[in-house]
Design a protein around this ligand. Sequence first.
Ligand code: SF4
Ligand code: SF4
Length: 297
Amino acid sequence: MEARRPLLPVWLLLIGLTGFVVEGMRLAATAAELGYAPYWSPVFSGVWEGIDPHVIRSWHWYTWWFHGALALGWTAALPFTPKVMHTLTAGVNVLLRDLRPKGKLAVVDVEAAFENNSPLGFVTLEDLARKDLLDLDSCTECGRCEMNCPAHNSGKLLSPRTIVTQLRDLADRETPLFGKVSERQPIMQATIRAEEIWACTTCMACVEACPVYIDPLGKILELRRGEVMIGDRYPDTFADVFTGTQKRGNPWNQHPSSRLEWAKGLPVRTTTPGSSSNMRWIVSRERFHCSANSVTV
Ligand code: SF4
Ligand code: SF4
């Protein structure tokens, strides 16, 4: 794929160049019949000055077909050149962009998903929705997401652009346009490393920066979900967070009875269900985490 990349600009240049040559030949061969001075392709029409118009017409025929084959071949090659495929798909992707508030996570019914055998995160490419696949084909590889990614800029392994292109390349390998569809491989074993997805701070800078409304963050979150829910793989430091959330309802694994510790000695009133008075909801971090206690009120 990488080796083919220099071919694309050269191919485009040839299409433009042969277009000027064809037009120059036409002007040179029909100069006597033209009722106007040929302003276009003057260089290429000048080259043919003094040559028999019949010879020029004959060369024009060959060059016209060569130019046509180059242009049509370019169009036919689009599906095989992901770097250029975005010229067809990016507009569609912008049209079908997600209009929901950015960063809002979908609520997942875990039990229903297990019962219905529905995907829980991305494990293989089977789990990607059509819009996710369209996202992959729409990437222009402009690098804006990568430039704005704080994790990437601080030297971490993560690049949102690479996440998108790695998924796209895997899709191309597993589902070639021609040939046999190969067996689906787990994404995290086939192409993406765990360090990449866990380095994401979920800041959404990549989503904001993408000119064609691709959502690299959504893919990273689904890959993480797949790792945790299906693969039971996550960084060691997460074990306490999961245990605390599951057993005690807070990620700091603090006993629920200590939730009002922070308010000791302060003139804080608690309220009862149904009360209509104004109140402030003290969230988990403020309630339990020692570093936040002193600034909670
Ligand atoms: S959401 Fe993740 S991948 Fe996107 S810019 Fe922020 S840290 Fe980088
Ligand atoms: S900003 Fe969007 S189009 Fe550009 S490289 Fe990132 S994902 Fe691809």
